[in-house]
Structure formats: structure tokens, C-alpha cells
Design a protein around this ligand. Structure first.
Ligand code: AMP
Length: 500
């Protein structure tokens, strides 16, 4: 802007309100395929299988020779990628796709992935699962140097870091960008000649490599997305590995040095689909094992074991088998409403539980019931379900949880609320029992969980998984959080910015 003499007007110093924002929310599923004439149709199928990882929005970017095409929509895959014209608008042998989780934070079209940019080194699309713990800090730096952000997604810093990298090739620029980000990432990226899959140095979020019989390679968050298109599971992309597929050839590199892997243990507890494999291990079997450990640690003399469907079902089967108590579907789930978490307010979330579950009265009347669920976060589901089961005539209701108490928020891409909203971070088990209205409440121990997942004890000096939501031990630096928690430092930073 200029004054009437065409002299530039003094600009208001730009102080982004980044640290006042809540954390970014990104809980997602990613998919990518190359060297297949129907790559976008297969990507849509892959996203169908990954729908449980994100119901807010879905997107696909395809590459046809050097032209990129994109279709993105709010809502479910089935509602937005259901017509031939949509698939035909995504031509090309390589495609990547993304499903995004619904959260309480701001959402909208501009945050839908894959993100795409036309860079000096060519077109580049990125689909990211996970949460970066220094995205706000990097963003502030990039904005101060002139980057213009289009979204509020943490993933966009990756695009800007690639754009501003001084390396020559797109691949080198991408690796340079990955070296600067912290936190959790499983990324599928697409350039006009390569499909790339990358996993953060600790391998917090999952990513697998698969192959179709014609040789087409696939990256996906979970193996269930390979199954849906009849692809073979080859292996997991290793923590810290960047796999590039160019001209049908697979090239692997480990550009981040050596780190001890810390995959997310909550993927086993809740997030992944039970028919998926994680590290080659069946998620369903692990969940049953957690139920068995839970029964060993917290048995009840009851008439029935009842799962809170669907998330508690495999653990409840394991619990019932170990305890020798009959398993019954005492609660029936309505499959036509989404997960409880998709409703934005606490009030609607309460209603959601009623919409989603109903008591199977005939099975519950007069019975001592053990209810099994995978986790308690805010306590909304348990409170409603316990009440529902009592109203249906159960004599006693004992709640058993197939994970340890969730006491810490996740900064790596699972949408757990801040500490003040986590029931277990604010109450003792006795207080929680009263709060949810159960006759008793117990959780599997962290050691029990490790036994179920890895048949080994938790190594307290070097834990084998990221279990921060249960232990408060975060395996990476939390740069943005530290900045947010240090108001003196922020005002100092702002002061510097104002002066400069
Ligand atoms: P709450 O009602 O807040 O205690 O949440 C617990 C219920 O939500 C359990 O039935 C879980 O299956 C489910 N759940 C746990 N963690 C998550 C998450 N990060 N996103 C969505 N649902 C979750």
C-alpha cells in the first residue's frame, strides 16, 4: 500500500497468532500407487479401507505424464468419489490419496489433503499422517521469510520447506525438508516421475509397502488398504526410511541416522483396523491378547462379558476366553452413525453415544456384567453405556478397559484432548468408578499391554513403543508446546519481531 505520494505506507508489523492457536489436529490415512492405468480408482478403493482413520474429508491427486489433477471433498469417500466422472477427472498412472479425521479444531476445504504445489523443481503433492511438533515454529520462520500459507494444516510446512530448500532435485529437497521437521510423519508424496513413502525416524505412525501382481507398488497407512485391492503386503516402510519408486524401481534410503523405533502403541489399542497387520502382527490378535492380560489382572466373577462395540470387541473376546465367562453382544451398535468423536461439542457427543449404541435387554436383565472397552478418554462413552446397561436390568456393571489410564494428550496425531479433559488425568480410579457409575473399574497395566503387544516387558530406560498417552514420556522434542508454555519467551520473540 502507498500514500498519495506513492511512498510505501509503514506496514503494521506482522505477528502471527500462531502460539495462541490450539495444536494442529491431524489424524489421517494415506495411500499411494504408481504404474497402474487405473491408479485413481485404486486409490479411492484404498481410501475406502482407511475411512476409519479420517471421516472429515478425503482427497486424491493423480499425475498424468507431467500434469497433476486433484479432487477433494469434505465428507466420506463413498459420498464424494462415487461417480465415473470424478474418477475420469483423475487420469494418470500414479495417484496419492488422503482421509482426514474430524476434529474439534477448525476445518474446511483448504486443509484437505493431498496438498499440492507447483514448485520450481516441478509439481509436488503430499499426503501426511501424523502431527509435527515444531510446525508452528517452522511456520513462523517461513512466514517471516515470505512464505504464504494457504491452510492451517501442519503438513503445509513440508511443502514450503521443499519450496525453499537450496538442494537441486525434488527428492533431495524433500529429504532436506524432512530433516527439519519434528514429531510424527508417515508421508506419501508424488512428483511427476516418482512416488515416495517416508516414515519419521521413530516410526510413530504406520506405513506399509505393497505390490499388485502387475508390479505396481503401493504405500498405505494399513494393510487393510492393500487387501481391498488384492495387493500383497511386502513389508513395513521402516522407521526413518524414505522409499522412492521411479520407473518401477524401488530405492530405499535412511537419511535420518539411527534411532530406536517407537511406533505408537495406541494404533494397537484402538486406531488401526483389527484386520490390519502392524509390524507383520495381527492387530486383532494383539487386541485379544490385551483382553486376556486384562482378565489375568482384573478378573470379575460375572455372568457375561459384553463388549462396547466395535472398539472393545476383540479385547472382550480375549477377556471372556481367559476368564471362562460367556461372551454376549449385550450392546448393539448402529453402524449408520459415525464414531463418537466426530461430534464437535460435548453435548452432541453425549447424544452420539445414544445414537450409536443400544442395550440388548434380553441378554442383560438380572446379570452381573463385565463391560469391556478399549479406552476411556473423557469418560462420556463409559458413563452412558454403564447407565444404559443398568437401565436394561443388569444386576452389577463392572467396567474393564483394554489400555492403561489415558493421562497425557497425544502430540503425534491421535486426537486426544488436553490434560484437563482427560478423565484419568484428573481423577483416581475410585473417583472415575463413581463418575461413570460402575460397580468397579479397572485398566490393563502398562506391562500387561506390552506383554500383549510384544510379548516382552516395557524397557523403562528405552521403551519399545511411543506410549506417551499412558506414561507422559514423549519420545521427541515438543518444540511448539514448549514455546506455547513459555509466554515470557513468546513475548520476547514477538518483541524481536516488532523491532525487526
Ligand atoms: P470417551 O467417551 O471420551 O471416554 O472416549 C472413549 C471412547 O472413544 C472409546 O470407546 C474409544 O473407542 C473411543 N476413542 C478413544 N480414543 C479415540 C480417538 N483418539 N479418536 C476417536 N475415538 C477414540
Amino acid at each position: 500500500m502507498t500514500d498519495r505520494n506513492h511512498r510505501p505506507l509503514p506496514m503494521e508489523p506482522f505477528v502471527p497468532h500462531l502460539f495462541e492457536e490450539d495444536k494442529f489436529h491431524d489424524e489421517c490415512g494415506v495411500f499411494g500407487i504408481c504404474d497402474h492405468p487405473e491408479s485413481s480408482a485404486l486409490t479411492v478403493l484404498g481410501l475406502h479401507a482407511l475411512q476409519h482413520r479420517g471421516q472429515e474429508a478425503a482427497g486424491v491427486v493423480s499425475c498424468d505424464e507431467s500434469q497433476f489433477h486433484s479432487h477433494k471433498s469434505l465428507g466420506h469417500v463413498a459420498d464424494n468419489f462415487n461417480s465415473q466422472p470424478v474418477i475420469e477427472s483423475l487420469p494418470g498412472d500414479c495417484s496419492i490419496g488422503h482421509v482426514r479425521y474430524s476434529t474439534s479444531g477448525g476445518s474446511g476445504m483448504r486443509n484437505i489433503q493431498p496438498l499440492f504445489a507447483d514448485l520450481s523443481a516441478g509439481g509436488f503433492a503430499v499426503a501426511h499422517n501424523g502431527n509435527l511438533t515444531n510446525a508452528l515454529t517452522l511456520r513462523q520462520l517461513l512466514v517471516s521469510k515470505g512464505s504464504i500459507f494457504q491452510s492451517t494444516s501442519d503438513s503445509e510446512v513440508i511443502i514450503h520447506l521443499v519450496a525453499t530448500s537450496t538442494y537441486l532435485t525434488l527428492k533431495d529437497r524433500f529429504i532436506d525438508a524432512l530433516r527439519r521437521i519434528e514429531g510424527a510423519f508417515a508421508i506419501v508424496a508424488l512428483s511427476n516421475d516418482s512416488l515416495i513413502g517416508a516414515r519419521d525416524p521413530l516410526g510413530v505412525r504406520p506405513l506399509v509397502l505393497g505390490k499388485l501382481s502387475n508390479g505396481s507398488c503401493i504405500f498405505a497407512s494399513e494393510t487393510c488398504a492393500l487387501d481391498i485391492i488384492g495387493a500383497d503386503y511386502i513389508r513395513d516402510v521402516e522407521p526413518g526410511e524414505v522409499v522412492t519408486i521411479t520407473g518401477g524401481k524401488i530405492h530405499s534410503m535412511k537419511p535420518f541416522g539411527t534411532h530406536k523405533p517407537r511406533p505408537c502403541i495406541f494404533e494397537h489399542v484402538y486406531f488401526s483396523r483389527p484386520d490390519s497387520l502392524s509390524g507383520g502382527q495381527s492387530i486383532y490378535k494383539v487386541r485379544k491378547n490385551i483382553g486376556k492380560e486384562l482378565a489375568k489382572e482384573a478378573k470379575v466373577n460375572a455372568d457375561l462379558v459384553v463388549p462396547v462395540p466395535d472398539s472393545g470387541t476383540p479385547a472382550a473376546i480375549g477377556y471372556a476366553q481367559e476368564a471362562g465367562i460367556p461372551f454376549e453382544l449385550g450392546i448393539i451398535r448402529n453402524h449408520y452413525v459415525g464414531r463418537t468423536f466426530i461430534e464437535p461439542s460435548d453435548q452432541i457427543r453425549h447424544l452420539g453415544v445414544k445414537l450409536k449404541h443400544n442395550a440388548n435387554r434380553g441378554e442383560l436383565e438380572g446379570k452381573i456384567v463385565v463391560l469391556v472397552d478399549d479406552s476411556i478418554v473423557r469418560g462420556t462413552t463409559s458413563t452412558k453405556i454403564v447407565d444404559m446397561v443398568r437401565q436394561a436390568g443388569a444386576k452389577e456393571v463392572h467396567m474393564r478397559i483394554a489400555s492403561p489410564p489415558t493421562t497425557g494428550p497425544c502430540y503425534y496425531g491421535v486426537d486426544t484432548p488436553e490434560k484437563d479433559k482427560l478423565l484419568a488425568a484428573n481423577m483416581t480410579i475410585a473417583e472415575m468408578t463413581k463418575y461413570i457409575g460402575a460397580d468397579s473399574l479397572d485398566f490393563v497395566s502398562i506391562d500387561g499391554l506390552y506383554r500383549a503387544v510384544s510379548e516382552s516387558m516395557r524397557d523403562s530406560d528405552n521403551p519399545q513403543y511411543c506410549d506417551a498417552c499412558f506414561t507422559g514420556e514423549y519420545p521427541t522434542s515438543l518444540t511448539d508446546k514448549e514455546q506455547k508454555d513459555a509466554p515470557a519467551q513468546i513475548s520476547f520473540l514477538k518483541e524481536i519481531r516488532l523491532k525487526s
